[in-house]
Design a protein around this ligand. Structure first.
Ligand SMILES: [Zn+2]
Length: 381
């Protein structure tokens, strides 16, 4: 039986084996004694199931556990190159494509910028070519699934990108990206909000987050967030914890593209900062924003940090996360901006114990989380 069949087989008999595989996958390595302890089946059944997974080259022996008195117990780990996953990030500025093995280690990557020429047809053709290229370059066998983390709003269930706001190219309306990629690669393809998949990447990688609630906030040309509560992604109807960028932070404030006034978006996005720069006669660009020494630019950035801090505090007070992770060019690039966001967020929430940090995966987070998301689907039947 092929590796692909193992992951796609949803029969009850196979579900038990998949659950065993998932348990081994969760750990770097795990002993047979611990497997028996965690998995309530007779010793003989466990021996048979483990032998089958070893025979299929899905897991392998990787040493012997220290025993306390009893017989030493064999350790097992998953075979990382038994199969591969692709994670795709579709952001407003770029598309990232990454190939991962089954231990979620990056194997290869590709990226292209989004311009006004990147209609859905052009973009999806480039994504397909990018994935094909990685599969050939790294002699991938087999590819198990493709996860996509996209800018919202999306229809997660039907795999459709609805109408990403402020997208540079025309034509992005109700794009059934999942069926388009499925038609080409014939593997499971899933779509989620990029902020959610980024949150998932951090959640999986960080043992200290297990069982906790995590809010992941992305700032840049748009503002987005993902929320994980006790291991589960939180969804509203359009696949995200956000219309985050349209929460009100200033009564009767600046007008927003959505038609309301005083939205977070009108104070914190790059577009909002560019507007402030124009008002002060400074020619706006991302380079200016990240590298200018002009005190007027610095003040614009710090002002937006204060508004962003208030927006995050509102989300904290509503959702009660244990940890908040921040992600975005200014967050990583401008220490004062980051510190001001954190200071103001802390000042405006009553949850004083909360941990607010930078994301640890940087640009890789969305792709990695998308790959983890498609992997998780094999075990969710
Ligand atoms: Zn708005």
């Amino acid at each position: 039986m092929l590796t692909r069949d193992f992951f796609n087989d949803v029969s009850e008999k196979n579900q038990v084996k998949k659950a065993l595989y998932k348990l081994i996958h969760k750990k770097d390595s795990i002993s047979k004694v611990e497997l028996l302890h965690r998995f309530h089946v007779p010793n003989t059944t466990m021996t048979r199931m483990v032998a089958e997974l070893v025979k299929r080259k899905l897991i392998r022996e990787c040493g012997v556990a220290e025993s306390n008195g009893g017989r030493p117990s064999v350790l097992y780990e998953v075979v990382p190159d038994a199969g591969y996953l692709v994670g795709v990030e579709i952001a407003r500025t770029h598309v990232g494509i990454m190939l991962f093995d089954l231990s979620f280690k990056p194997v290869g990557a590709d990226q292209f910028m989004i311009t006004n020429k990147h209609t859905p047809e052009v973009t999806i053709k480039l994504i397909i070519e990018g994935i094909e290229h990685l599969l050939t370059q790294y002699r991938v066998d087999p590819l198990l699934g493709i996860g996509i983390g996209a800018v919202g709003p999306i229809d997660r269930k039907n795999g459709v990108i609805i109408n990403p706001s402020a997208f540079p190219a025309k034509g992005w309306l109700n794009i059934p990206i999942v069926s388009m990629l499925k038609g080409h690669f014939d593997v499971p393809v899933v779509l989620n909000n990029g902020a959610n998949t980024a949150a998932l990447a951090e959640y999986h990688a960080n043992q200290s987050l297990q069982g906790e609630s995590l809010l992941y906030c992305i700032s840049g040309y748009g503002i987005r967030c993902g929320f994980i509560k006790e291991g589960q992604l939180f969804y509203n109807t359009q696949g995200a914890a956000s219309t985050f960028e349209h929460i009100t932070i200033q009564a009767d404030g600046r007008p927003c593209l959505c038609g309301n006034k005083g939205c977070l978006s009108s104070y914190v996005t790059f577009g909002a900062l560019f507007d402030r720069m124009k008002e002060k006669g400074i020619s706006p660009s991302l380079d200016q924003l990240l590298n200018s020494k002009d005190p007027a630019v610095k003040e614009i950035i710090l002002e937006s940090a204060r508004y962003y801090g208030i927006g995050i505090a509102n989300m904290i007070n509503a959702l009660h996360p244990d940890t908040v992770l921040l992600h975005g060019k200014l967050i990583y690039h401008d220490r004062k901006y980051y510190e001001e966001v954190v200071r103001v967020a802390r000042n405006h929430t009553c949850m004083k114990e909360i941990s607010i940090k930078k994301g640890s995966f940087g640009e890789k987070a969305t792709c990695l989380g998308a790959a983890i998301f498609v992997f998780d689907q094999f075990f969710n039947e």
